[in-house]
Design a protein around this ligand. Structure first.
Ligand SMILES: *[C@@H]1O[C@H](CO)[C@@H](O)[C@H](O)[C@H]1NC(C)=O
Ligand SMILES: *[C@@H]1O[C@H](CO)[C@@H](O)[C@H](O)[C@H]1NC(C)=O
Ligand SMILES: *[C@@H]1O[C@H](CO)[C@@H](O)[C@H](O)[C@H]1NC(C)=O
Ligand SMILES: [Zn+2]
Length: 445
């Protein structure tokens, strides 16, 4: 009796220890998976307003070293490094392939998230990885490297050199990041023939791909006029003059929006002009607006977005003559946050049809993984891609996320493990195809 009880205890403890050691083994393995490396990259706090770029760059350099890729960092602006990782091809004189992503992300209000935005929580039940940056765009930053890791393990050798760049400050306009990098001699030396940058998720079954970005303009219109008593009816007050412009702009906005509503154009193919602030009113000494005064100054701010086909001269003329005419005592400022034409006067967009061999290679490589591309689009917002396209380099925006809600800049941003892993497979196909292309039809800049 005693012996059998002892024996049972012995058995139980063997089972217990074997389960325990099995668990810790599983954990060790887990620490070296692509998902785990994705989680580690997501945990770096590179959100504005205080992104710390050093730890993620150290991590990425370690990853590069683990697969024998060379890397270097360049600081165009102190504390805002650009990292370039390089896989040298067998014909390094051919123009290279550049895969870009940004290191930074927008802020996150952690109290509005179901999991902390920098914990990279991995849900067991549904495979979702929650983190700020999971979709925008730390996924691609890791997928590029994982795809190369996998290609290397299969003995693949690229013909063209492949560069991966990690840039700071995209979310605040890229002025201290890609803008400086793209304009540098170091960038010229990379001799880039074709580039890829971030895209966007699709709730549907296909991957989205972007061949142009819209260009943002910040428009501020000011009106001046004689001030007057709130009870007085008179002409040419500042508010009255400003409201005339606001009405005109609203009409223009409506005509553009009508094209979208009628299904003639996509949102990103029209000019959007959205009011973002209105400022007027005379303040009393205790800080309240004087309700019986018509003010002498009034101001309105607009977010304007122009698709690549829009004519910037026509737009400037419309603003000067109709929206803010000097004869109505109005002034304006436009901050053009990008260009609509390159230095040769060409539209800044990459042909997404068979006239562009890079398109055909890219499309076939995606389809070879059993996936489909949606109709190529113009991105409604703006990315660092514009700085590269402006150099005459063909570039597609692409983040392989399908059956995924669009959560960039939103609370509870997540990416599913299966979607992330599929993305690696897609990049393997895309990177091997692009880097194997020996054709002579590189665009001459
Ligand atoms: C990196 O290079 C070393 C030395 O040449 C080699 O032993 C190792 O297998 C390489 N690792 C990878 C992932 O290519
Ligand atoms: C412009 O300002 C001047 C000086 O205040 C004023 O006399 C005139 O009526 C204003 N014109 C318009 C169209 O607002
Ligand atoms: C390809 O796209 C470009 C730019 O959108 C266009 O100008 C050209 O006509 C298209 N070519 C073909 C063969 O469809
Ligand atoms: Zn982004």
């Amino acid at each position: 009796m005693a012996i059998s009880r002892l024996y049972t205890l012995f058995l139980i403890s063997i089972i217990f220890f074997s389960i325990k050691s099995h668990n810790s083994k599983a954990k060790e393995e887990e620490e070296n998976t692509p998902i785990n490396r994705f989680q580690r990259y997501l945990r770096f706090k590179t959100a504005h307003p205080n992104p710390n770029y050093t730890p993620p760059i150290t991590f990425l350099i370690e990853q590069a070293q683990s697969i024998n890729l060379t890397s270097r960092t360049i600081e165009f602006v102190s504390g805002k490094p650009v990292l370039i990782i390089t896989w040298v091809g067998s014909k390094p004189k051919l123009p290279s392939i550049l895969l870009n992503s940004h290191l930074d992300s927008v802020p996150a209000e952690s109290e509005k998230w179901i999991h902390h935005p920098f914990s990279a929580h991995y849900s067991d039940d549904d495979g979702k990885i929650y983190a700020r940056g999971a979709q925008d765009d730390k996924c691609i930053g890791v997928q590029y490297l994982e795809a190369i890791r996998s290609l290397k393990s299969r003995g693949f050798v690229p013909i063209r050199t492949v560069h991966i760049s990690y840039v700071p400050e995209e979310e605040i306009g890229g002025f201290d990041g890609m803008s400086k990098f793209a304009g540098s001699p170091e960038f010229m030396e990379l001799n880039v023939g074709f580039a890829m940058d971030e895209g966007q998720a699709n709730p549907g079954d296909e991957f989205r791909v972007f061949y142009a970005d819209r260009t943002p303009w910040e428009l501020v219109i000011r009106a001046e006029g004689v001030p007057g008593h709130g009870a007085k009816l008179y002409d040419n007050g500042a508010m009255e003059n400003l409201m005339k412009s606001v009405e005109l702009i609203s009409k223009f906005r409506e005509t553009q929006f009508d094209f979208v509503k009628a299904g003639k154009f996509a949102n990103s193919e029209v000019i959007s002009v959205n009011p973002v602030y209105l400022k007027a009113g005379t303040l009393s000494t205790n800080g309240f607006v004087m309700m019986n005064m018509q003010p002498s100054e009034a101001e309105v701010g607009y977010d304007l977005r122009l698709p690549p086909m829009a004519d910037p001269d026509v737009m400037r003329k419309r603003i000067a003559e109709e929206w803010a005419p000097a004869i109505r005592n109005m002034t304006y400022t436009i901050k053009e946050k990008g260009m609509l034409r390159d230095h040769l006067g060409r539209l800044i967009m990459t042909p997404a049809n068979d006239s562009n061999p890079w398109w055909s290679i890219f499309k076939q490589a995606v389809e070879a993984t059993g996936e489909k591309l949606a109709k190529p689009e113009i991105l409604a917002s703006t990315t660092d891609a514009r700085y590269i396209r402006a150099l005459g380099i063909p570039l597609f925006g692409f983040s392989p996320m399908r059956n995924t809600p669009i959560l960039l800049h939103d609370h509870n941003e997540f990416l599913k493990d299966t979607v992330f892993m599929k993305g690696i497979e897609v990049y393997e196909s895309v990177i091997s195809a692009l880097s194997s292309y020996e054709g002579v039809s590189d665009q001459v800049i």
